[in-house]
Design a protein around this ligand. Structure first.
Ligand SMILES: C[S@@+](CC[C@H](N)C(=O)[O-])C[C@H]1O[C@@H](n2cnc3c(N)ncnc32)[C@H](O)[C@@H]1O
Length: 224
């Protein structure tokens, strides 16, 4: 898979690119590339933004700048199958969307900044707008990392144990419910005991208990 990130701050991703599961995926042949809008802007002095029509606070990332960045990146014709704008107003990221994106051969993630991005980017240049939650971040970089992380851990070889990403919170294997609780040694700590079933050695009961806990968590989350 290829993931392209368009940003004004590619150095934000230095740390992300060095993480073990990301390195695993990259070593397996996937690609993570970065494009700085400033490198391809058609405007003088590295300008990428402008004042909003109609007035108001802040600056807006220009449509011609975003278009130029996409054209420069894909002049070889190897265009992404999905172009995703990170936007607070977008579709909320969930496990199904992460799986969907992980099934694509090539995606682009467009990070906004400042007051946001000219609406014509949404209207004409992207296939999806995705939000990582109902709050406002300073820029799309952290949101892009969240999307890239959720997608990349689903790719073969990302995790040490291949099954780790199959049965986890919100997965199909758990019917979309949160994962069951985990415990490890010591079996008793300050009087806080691990549930008896988990140390019983009875795999059938353990399985039943886990599915029941997962279902309970789904119900209690809805009731909250
Ligand atoms: C400061 S925000 C712009 C907020 C915008 N003025 C608003 O009120 O919706 C700048 C950029 O950060 C990114 N961003 C902020 N919050 C986000 C979120 N919850 N999900 C996805 N991207 C977000 C977007 O790319 C956005 O263009």
């Amino acid at each position: 898979m290829r993931i392209d990130v368009f940003t004004l701050f590619p150095d934000w991703f230095d740390w992300f690119g060095g993480q073990r599961h990301v390195r695993n995926v990259l070593e397996g042949g996937s690609e993570l590339r970065f494009f700085n809008y400033r490198d391809s802007t058609p405007l003088g002095g590295g300008q990428v933004d402008d004042a909003p029509y109609g007035g108001g606070a802040g600056m807006v990332l220009r449509v011609d700048v975003v278009d130029a960045a996409l054209r420069a990146a894909y002049e070889d014709g190897r265009e992404p199958s999905r172009v995703v704008l990170l936007a607070p107003s977008g579709r909320r990221l969930d496990d199904a969307l992460a799986s969907d994106l992980a099934g694509e051969p090539h995606i682009a993630l467009l990070c906004g900044r400042y007051e946001g991005v000219d609406e014509r980017v949404s209207e004409h240049l992207v296939t999806d707008a995705v939000s990582v939650g109902p709050y406002v971040l300073s820029g799309g970089e952290l949101a892009a990392m969240v999307v890239a992380d959720a997608v990349m851990r689903k790719l073969p070889g990302a995790l040490g144990h291949a099954d780790s990403a199959v049965e986890e919170s919100f997965s199909e294997a758990l019917g979309g419910a949160p994962e069951y609780p985990h415990y490890t040694r010591p079996a008793s700590y300050r009087g806080w005991d691990v549930p008896e079933v988990l140390v019983s050695g009875d795999h059938g009961r353990v399985r039943e208990w886990r599915l029941e806990q997962s279902r309970k968590r789904a119900t209690s989350r809805r009731e909250r």
